[in-house]
Ligand binder design. Structure first.
Ligand code: NDP
Ligand code: DGY
Length: 404
């Protein structure tokens, strides 16, 4: 759905809106969106509408505000939007409870095998009470790892604590001392290397230690030869070459210091370092829950390497965005018993084709992106998104504006 707004000054100098609406629950075809958005001032969109450069070009310079009926904004080409000075409204907070509730429901349904059990009752598979039949995994005494302890992640953790969870681990970009204290949670370290590298202006040389070339073009043998396990930031002729000591990779101060002092990075090592904090979370958690936003850093983060580190008895839950997970790798992990089960509210693509191999697995529970789907939440989201749009069109502060 896309609703385009056009501002029309009337005779009393009030502002009235002319609204052009795609009046269907089905997504607006791209050709309709491109034609309809031309010359409009505002756009009301859904997470299924990809607002990319082509759409922004089609809109032209009149477009001042985009309001999305979602808290996630990975469907919006943010750098392009920012470049054009377009404001963005979104719907944080008001959907946190509903989404956290659904995440817990999905976790319990997956770990206690509810869909499979219901099916057994219906198809006659329930013959008698058997000691190990339909057994799953419980939360009591468990370790829960949360990737992205933001609004929803924290709300999930708060709901899970009374189930008797012993320990929470989390990964993200910032440690959260208040959550640490409230939940007895442990920060696994920053997972934001790609963003940090690209915003730092550092020179990035592909090829890692083999191709460690300095700014002047000469190879820096000292870097190539050094022992990664013990290396600290090291000054070179071309600048400073650095990477955190692996044994300190969970120390955000140390990694930040290295980032600040570094002029040249060895990409292979950085890629490996990037996976370290979530590796600990993968290895030690009985339940891994993904509630982070989809960014270049998190895209494909849960991959073969990640699943291979998880316990064979652990359960993986994703209610963030499908693209955070490499689904082929997840399928392999589920089929080969590297992990016990997975519950997904989000997939790639959406809808997931009915012949997708994941749908053939008993130990994979898939929902159709219903995290925020309560009547009350969707109503509140709609009102907030409409108010965001109107405020943006009037040049006023929005109830929930995304800081670009
Ligand atoms: P927040 O912005 O509060 O939380 C996002 C979290 O992602 C933050 O904790 C952030 O870490 C973390 N994060 C960002 N980059 C990384 C990274 N590289 N590695 C690990 N963690 C990272 O958003 P919400 O909690 O409100 O929503 C989260 C996401 O949930 C949305 O973006 C949306 O995609 C999805 N969602 C899905 C719904 C559904 O229906 N299934 C419903 C609603 C939302 P830090 O705090 O350290 O910066
Ligand atoms: C969001 O808001 O990002 C969800 O995916 C849908 O509510």
């Amino acid at each position: 759905m896309g609703i385009c707004f056009e501002l029309l000054p009337d005779t009393q100098l009030r502002v009235i809106c002319s609204v052009q609406q795609w009046d269907s629950d089905e997504p607006i075809p791209q050709s309709e969106l491109l034609a309809g958005i031309a010359g409009k001032d505002g756009l009301f969109c859904l997470l299924s509408d990809r607002i990319d450069k082509e759409v922004l070009d089609a809109a032209g310079p009149s477009l001042k505000v985009i309001s999305t009926l979602s808290v996630g904004y990975d469907h919006l080409a943010i750098p392009e939007i920012k470049k054009r000075g377009i404001r963005v409204g979104y719907t944080p907070d008001i959907l946190t409870d509903a989404t956290a509730e659904l995440t817990v429901a999905l976790l319990l349904a997956t770990s206690r095998r509810l869909p499979e059990s219901v099916l057994e009752v219906k198809n006659g598979g329930w013959t008698t009470w058997k000691p190990l039949w339909m057994c799953g995994y419980g939360l009591s005494g468990s370790t829960v790892g949360i990737i992205g302890l933001g609004r929803i992640g924290l709300a999930v953790a708060r709901r899970l604590k009374p189930f008797g969870v012993k320990r929470f681990l989390y990964a993200g970009c910032h440690p959260k001392p208040e959550a640490d204290a409230e939940l007895n949670a442990e920060f696994g370290g920053p997972v934001k290397w790609k963003e940090a590298i690209s915003s730092s202006g550092l020179e990035i040389i592909p090829g890692g230690s083999e191709g460690a070339k300095t700014n002047s073009g000469s190879y820096q043998s000292r870097v190539r030869d050094c022992d990664l396990l013990s290396a600290k930031a090291d000054r070179t002729e071309a600048g400073t070459v650095g990477f955190p000591n692996w044994s300190h990779s969970n120390d955000i101060k140390e990694t930040n210091k290295v980032m600040e002092e570094t002029d040249l990075l060895l990409v292979e090592e950085m890629e490996e370092l990037a996976s370290l904090p979530i590796a600990k979370l993968a290895e030690e958690s009985d339940f891994v829950i993904v509630t982070c936003s989809l960014t270049p850093d998190t895209q494909g983060m849960c991959n073969r390497d990640f699943f291979s580190k998880m316990k064979k008895t652990s359960v993986f839950i994703n209610t963030s965005r499908g693209a955070v997970v490499n689904q082929d790798d997840l399928y392999e992990a589920l089929v080969n018993g590297h992990i016990a089960a997975a519950g997904l509210d989000v997939t790639t693509p959406e809808p997931l084709p009915t012949n997708n191999p994941l749908l053939s697995l008993k130990n994979c529970v898939i929902l159709p992106h219903i995290g925020s789907a309560t009547y009350a939440t969707r109503n509140t989201m709609s009102v907030l998104a409409a108010n965001n749009l109107l405020a943006g069109l009037k040049g006023e502060s929005m109830p929930s504006e995304l800081r670009l």
